[in-house]
Design a protein around this ligand. Structure first.
Ligand code: COA
Length: 163
């Protein structure tokens, strides 16, 4: 199902010139800006209302990477008891290759012990080798697959990182 060789063998051009990236908590007020990015990035984007409703949940947290005052990337997770689920992770095309996604994930993973989270799960498209390489590099491992998980019929891989 997954192809670790393809995922780990990917190469991409060197990063763009350095810019200052800051990080802050994502709030429901960010829903319009994130929804705009979702439209740019995903085939099946989250709507502004879905984002706002999600970010209002007590179990959900988001973090934004900000460049020049605008959100350039974001991570949304849900943590319930000892399990966390990565609901969404994306970086604006223009700002990829700067380590933003890795930093967002590392910042979250560095807090799991304090939160009592022992397992972090996520779904990733079977064809999304770039994201798989990112996750494998951070210690996630394949757990199972969900057939026809996405609306276009593509399978999802379920990855897990255990403490
Ligand atoms: C996947 C995604 C979040 C990566 O964001 P990013 O900020 O460019 O990633 P980073 O710069 O932090 O890369 C970290 C590592 O991921 C891997 N990686 C990320 N994008 C890659 C690519 N296009 N090709 C090869 N490896 C890639 C590499 O291992 C990279 O480390 P390296 O630069 O030392 O080789 C971004 O491409 C994206 O938003 N894609 C569309 C949305 C998406 O697929 N989200 C994940 C849903 S599960």
């Amino acid at each position: 199902m997954y192809d670790a060789r393809r995922a780990t063998g990917l190469r991409r051009p060197p990063p763009n010139p350095t810019v200052e990236v800051t990080f802050r908590r994502l709030t429901p007020r960010d829903a319009p800006e994130v929804a705009y990015l979702e439209l740019e990035i995903f085939r099946y984007p989250w709507s502004e209302n879905s984002l706002r409703d999600c970010l209002e949940l007590a179990t959900v947290e988001g973090e934004a990477a900000v460049i020049n005052g605008r959100i350039a990337g974001y991570l949304i997770i849900q943590a319930v008891f000892d399990e966390a689920h990565i609901l969404n992770l994306a970086v604006q095309q223009l700002h990829r290759g700067r380590g933003i996604a890795r930093t967002l994930l590392e910042r979250f993973l560095s807090t799991t012990v304090k939160r009592g989270v022992t397992q972090t799960f996520l779904e990733v498209r079977a064809s999304n080798y770039a994201a798989q390489k990112l996750y494998f590099g951070l210690g996630f491992a394949p757990l199972s697959a969900r057939r026809n998980y996405y609306p276009d019929g593509e399978d999802a891989l379920i990855l897990v990182k255990k403490l």
